[in-house]
Ligand binder design. Sequence first.
Ligand code: DP6
Length: 360
Amino acid sequence: MGTQEFIPRSLQNSLEKASFTWQTPSNIALVKYWGKTDPQLPKNASISFALSQSHTITTIDFKKVDKVETPTFELFFEGKKKDDFKPKIAKFFERILEYCPYLLNYEMVINSENSFPHSSGIASSASGMSAIAMCLMNLENELSKSTLSDEFLNKKASFLARLGSGSASRSIEGPLVVWGLHEEIEGSSDLYGVKFPFQVASIFENYQDTILLVDKGEKQVSSTVGHNLMHNHPFAEQRFQQANDNLSKITRCLKEGNIDEFISLVESEALSLHAMMLTSNPYFILMKPNTLEIINAIWNYREETGSKVCFTLDAGANVHMLYPENEKESVLQFAENQLSKYCQKNQYICDSVGLGAKKL
Ligand code: DP6
């Protein structure tokens, strides 16, 4: 099925007013999405863990009005009016209008807050866009007299979220979500994320993510600029192939519990992502000296203790340290004693894998 299934056929109910609140997670990719074509279609498949502590909570109040020409909304972030975030959301609403025509019948007030510190360098677009998408799907379901299945609601929410931010398509469900067509993942699609369809070995259950905040500033390279760097990139095709191959390999590791290969795939993915930026035109170095200090410290710690901790990176300097739950105590001590000194204001976030969107 293509995009047609997401155009609502008949909305029978009429609602004067409605209000929905959703909490949706941030996610951390194991195999990275980097490179896309219009409209927000990924050049390779990616897979991520949904997080449990790092999330966005969004309430949308809908009030019925005479039909307007463009979606009309006010936006508040952490209690304050946030007009500088509006253009991004306005563009998102324009993009999804075809699939959510009822937006023209409502005035919206959006109230949003993040659990992680503002400008912590943690991308908020994934959790932010997915939370809006869930609120819209909640409205659509009410307008459809609650006839939409949970499966469809999640699928369309992921489809809508993707049109706001690619990685947001992976922030509806959990614990593991694949986005992008991949021959070994049944049901996978470039249009939306799907739950990883296989049983995962117990070592990967409740996996931990300690996020070391090396640089809390604004992103040096916006994701739009970043993804564009993959057009005409000399290594683009090899990179897309590598990512798809890595997804096959990591699928096997997750099923079989092969943690050593998992570690090398996850770390290689992070470094490959950064290698794309190092070798693009223009080029960027997004790691900071302390990013490298942390990576080296993790490698030493693994060597000395036999720990199964590993790192991954997004398009920035912060380091996500991933490890099994049974190492929680020791790795947190390691973070506090040896890594916090490399973090801005010694700050890090203790997170773990979560189950996706929650209605509040
Ligand atoms: C490095 O999803 O932020 O985090 O689709 O332009 O909004 P847009 O990009 P975005 O890109 C995220 C890239 C990444 C890797 C990943 O999460 O897969």
